[in-house]
Ligand binder design. Structure first.
Ligand SMILES: Cc1cc2nc3c(=O)[nH]c(=O)nc-3n(C[C@H](O)[C@H](O)[C@H](O)COP(=O)(O)OP(=O)(O)OC[C@H]3O[C@@H](n4cnc5c(N)ncnc54)[C@H](O)[C@@H]3O)c2cc1C
Length: 888
């Protein structure tokens, strides 16, 4: 590739870009711009994110004003490569969002009579390793679930579609005919013209300089924005300021995990590529966009230039390309398209783009600032996600919730400690950027940003060989190395870049490397042993990262009555109830256990409070989301109830299995019999003189107990449990075993088989929904009960020992009816198991008869395997084991 850089940009159509809005000039020659005094919604930023949101809000009749500090598209959007893919990761919501974008872009012409610059030239995805081919086979199966037309083709077929490529260097490719390219200026023109017709306003050269925010009892509320041209009052502000979004958030005193970086592509001299498809070559970290008769070529470098901030005055601007960084691509691009070696570069395009720690955008309302929404952090995919995400953010603003399960995009997926820790955001965003095109293996973990949150048992369990996983900033044991081996996680080495010495002898990284497979893990036998020891004897799980909250105050009972679906109020004290909490559309926003408490004698497990209180425990992944939902409903209903987060202060040991009671009998004097401590109740006990709140509960379907222990007592209690447990050969077990066991039992896992787009009846959780009293979302539950449902969660078991990871297609009588939301190796059943929502192909209500009369198959990488369908999990259907009954 010849570097003949002219520093001229590729030609773009800016003919439709507007000039300044109406106004007069003041004495300094500066223009005074007329701005409205109020609006329903103010959007900050006129790039892809802001304009797509504006278009969608306009469609919904919302009086919206969009402000840009400069001109529309003058930020990152103007110099985008504009690629719009159908397929990235094996992920349902992502596929749906990308599909939505394509449909919106393709329909804009008809709707607005304006050409939005959508070119449907198709795409090719190159595979250079056998594992990559397996990943593509998984993608092929997954895309059937969403009606995406794509197929795997041979290298010679690939060459037919793109004659310039060297077909001798790769194994296979995907051809995705629906891929294409969107022109940013034309797209924004169509979106904004449509929005203006619907009454929305666009004001350029109008920077937001201040957010008007009130602070009431620690909760911020947005009231408006200030600009050099005056104030606009509003109760909703959407931060769509791209790489500048962090500055906007800081105006409200909020941190967001958004890291601006330089991202670049080069544009070649004319080549014989007109009309050919775009290409991604992920094993070489490269993408190629066909732009008229030239190629735009960019990629993901191991050492991107990380910016402290995006320059304020950057408008239609670019950086000089740093060839030391970009050079990594030059040899690679010649490998795929050899003629590039003798083709000149016409220009380079290097601009600021915003990146996030998990390479997904930041969306939704900030839990700490009512009315302040985000649609930013698009990780070099803001064109392909712009349409779909614009639709979701509009629905979020208008209806309080998006239509899809957007948790992986929701700002609430980050805990406050992650948001405020710049080092953490920097490390994780770097890793996400550098590994963007890597194969996503099911058990991969991050090497960056580790040990941010560790629970009181962390060091003890590390000594026992815990191999840690990280979720929501917390370290949790995934499984345990045998034979007294230990592994620790080293500080992040940035891949050896930025003058950071590369880690040597990284045992943890080696373990992860060994697990980079779509086959069963090489550690599967160890995990099986952990799971089966819990089924057959006794296992100990550290569940400390679960969220723990007390709800108290004069309206505590009213609050739990309204928030939770189950009867959690007016139950006996110390009775634990499993429940869902719903959004206004009846979708499940979380599941948790709630225990009614009386005021105690003091301390974190027996707190003193006035009146009645409730102890909420929710899964670690959804803990912050649960807190955000509960506190929002309390605020909205103006209730006098407070939520105290005691997650850090209480450790949880869960002792599960037929011998769990025998172990604990050696430790506590209290009667632990079924009569004295029945399932789903709790009591305060002393273990080695330490006060512990003991719950008779199980997440795995066994006789089991959870010990909720004050942080300062954790080590002592753990040692006492292990000491007595040794007599019964107690085994430490991690989350890999726990998830397998809970899936076998048919328990739900929020975020996978239970989400905000599922209602409890669809999820088979009607039994946790009261038929009396009012709770949020109840009318949707009742309607589903009365009128039936369109999808139903079922359990599927394959007799074949074939690894399942989720997203595999499910067929009933040969017809596609769903896909696995969650899958596990079911060690007790000696088979692979999963859970899927089944829909009827004709869109009719789903009935028991329909479900029970079919013959099922699961498609795994193109091959179908027979599966048995269960409406209820076949594991201990009468819950005898929960009661400690192990004899038949
Ligand atoms: C080299 C490169 C190639 C890319 N290729 C692709 C691709 O092929 N496909 C794809 O999907 N994505 C791609 N992207 C990413 C995509 O272009 C971006 O994700 C997208 O344009 C971001 O849009 P945005 O609206 O979030 O941000 P921007 O376009 O940056 O818009 C933010 C706007 O906010 C305004 N603003 C900032 N501060 C204020 C303030 N105080 N008051 C008012 N306004 C303010 C700015 O002026 C700006 O106009 C690429 C990015 C780069 C850099």
């Amino acid at each position: 590739m010849l570097r003949v850089v002219t520093n001229k940009l590729p030609q773009r159509s800016f003919r439709n870009i507007r000039t300044l809005g109406t106004g007069t000039f003041n004495g300094d020659g500066k223009k005074n711009i007329d701005i409205p005094s109020s609006a329903d919604v103010v959007i900050i930023g006129g790039g892809s994110a802001g304009c797509n949101a504006l278009y969608q809000l306009g469609k919904r009749g919302v009086n919206t004003v969009l402000l840009d500090k400069s001109k529309l598209i003058s930020g990152t959007t103007w110099h985008t490569a504009g690629l719009v893919w159908c397929l990235r990761n094996v992920c349902d919501i992502e596929m749906e969002l990308l599909k939505a974008s394509r449909l919106i872009y393709a329909s804009l012409q008809e709707e607005t009579n304006i050409n939005p610059g959508w070119i449907n030239n198709g795409g090719l995805l190159i595979a250079r390793s056998s594992e990559r081919v397996v990943e593509y086979e998984r993608l092929m199966t997954a895309c059937k679930n969403f009606g995406i037309d794509a197929r795997i083709i041979t290298p010679s077929e690939t060459k037919e579609k793109f004659p310039l490529i060297n077909d001798g260097t790769f194994l296979a490719a995907i051809h995705s005919p629906a891929d294409g390219t969107i022109d940013p200026a034309m797209m924004v023109n169509a979106l904004t013209k449509s929005a203006e017709k619907k009454g929305c306003k666009i004001i350029e050269d109008c920077p937001v300089t201040k957010l008007l925010v009130e602070d009431i009892d620690g909760q911020k509320i947005v009231h408006g924005v200030e600009t050099p041209h005056g104030i606009i009052k509003t109760n909703v502000v959407l931060n769509a300021a791209g790489a500048w979004s962090k500055t906007i958030a800081q105006m409200a005193g909020l941190d967001i995990p958004l890291i601006p970086m330089k991202h670049a592509y080069v544009v070649t001299e004319p080549m014989d590529v007109r009309g050919l498809p775009n290409i991604r070559d992920p094993d070489l970290n490269l993408y190629f966009r066909v732009q008229g008769g030239t190629l735009s070529i960019g990629g993901y470098e191991p050492n991107p230039i990380i910016l402290k901030f995006a320059p304020e005055d950057f408008s239609f601007s670019l950086y000089e390309l740093d060839w030391d960084v970009f050079n990594t691509h030059v040899e690679a691009m010649n490998q795929l398209i050899p003629t590039l070696a003798t083709t000149g570069i016409r220009t380079t395009v290097c601009g600021p783009e915003s990146f996030t720690p998990d390479h997904r955008p930041l969306m939704g309302e900030d839990p700490r600032c009512t009315g302040f929404y985000y649609s930013c952090g698009y990780n070099s995919a803001g064109m392909m996600f712009g349409g779909g995400c614009g639709e979701q953010i509009a629905s979020w603003i208008v209806n309080g919730r998006p239509e899809k399960h957007m948790f992986n995009y929701d700002i609430r997926r980050y805990i406050p400690e992650q948001r405020k820790n710049l080092v953490w955001s920097n490390e994780r965003s770097h890793e996400a950027y550098a590994r963007n095109y890597e194969i996503r293996f099911p058990h991969d973990e991050h090497l960056s940003g580790r040990n941010l949150k560790i629970d009181p048992f962390h060091d003890l369990l590390m000594k026992e060989g815990a191999v840690m996983e990280e979720r929501q900033g917390w370290e949790r044991p995934g499984w345990f190395l045998p034979d007294n081996k230990t592994t620790r996680i080293l500080p992040y080495d940035y891949g050896g870049y930025y003058d950071t010495p590369k880690n040597m002898n990284d045992a943890y990284a080696d373990i992860l490397k060994a697990e980079r497979t779509f086959n069963f893990s090489p550690y599967d036998d160890i995990i099986r042993e952990e799971a089966l020891s819990c089924r057959n004897n006794v296992g100990l799980f550290d569940m400390s990262y679960f969220g723990k909250y007390y709800i108290c105050g004069p309206d505590a009972s009213t609050a739990v009555d309204y928030i939770f679906t189950a009867q959690v109020n007016n139950r006996e004290i110390n009775r634990t109830v499993y429940t869902c909490m719903l959004n206004k559309n009846g979708g499940v926003e979380g599941d948790c256990t709630v225990t009614g408490l009386e005021s105690g004698s003091g301390g974190v497990v027996d707190p003193i409070f006035k009146g009645k209180a409730f102890y909420i425990v929710s899964g670690g992944m959804s803990s912050y989301h649960t807190w955000a939902h509960v506190t929002k409903v309390i605020r909205e209903k103006n209730l006098h109830a407070s939520v105290h987060n005691v997650t850090e202060q209480i450790g949880i040991l869960s002792i599960q299995g037929p011998n769990s009671r025998e172990v604990l009998r050696m430790l506590v004097e209290d009667d632990l019999s079924n009569n004295s401590l029945p399932f789903s109740t709790s009591k305060l006990v002393k273990i080695d003189n330490e006060l512990v709140h003991m719950f008779r509960l199980s997440f795995v379907g066994e006789l089991g107990y959870e010990l909720h222990i004050p942080r300062s007592s954790c080590e002592k209690v753990y040692k006492a449990v292990m000491e007595c447990g040794r007599k019964y050969d107690i085994k430490l077990a991690g989350y890999r075993a726990l998830y397998s066991l809970s899936c076998e039992k048919g328990y739900h896992l929020w975020g996978t088989d239970l989400r905000s787009d599922d209602n409890p009846i669809e999820a088979g959780l009607g039994f946790v929904c009261r038929t009396s009293g009012q709770y949020q979302g109840r009318e949707f539950v009742e309607e589903s009960r009365k009128n039936g449902i369109k999808k139903r969660l079922v359990h599927l078991h394959t007799p074949d020992d074939i690894p399942l990871w989720g997203m595999e297609s499910v067929y009933r009588n040969g017809q596609l009816v769903g896909y696995l939301r969650r899958a596990e190796h079911g060690y007790t059943f000696k088979s692979s198991i999963g859970q899927a929502y089944i829909t009827a192909p004709n869109g009719q209500n789903i009935t028991r008869e329909f479900l029970e009369t079919g013959t099922y198959q699961i498609e795994v990488m193109g091959k179908r395997y027979p599966a048995k369908m269960y409406l209820q999990s076949p594991f201990d259907p009468h819950n005898k084991r929960l009661s400690g009954v192990y004899t038949i």
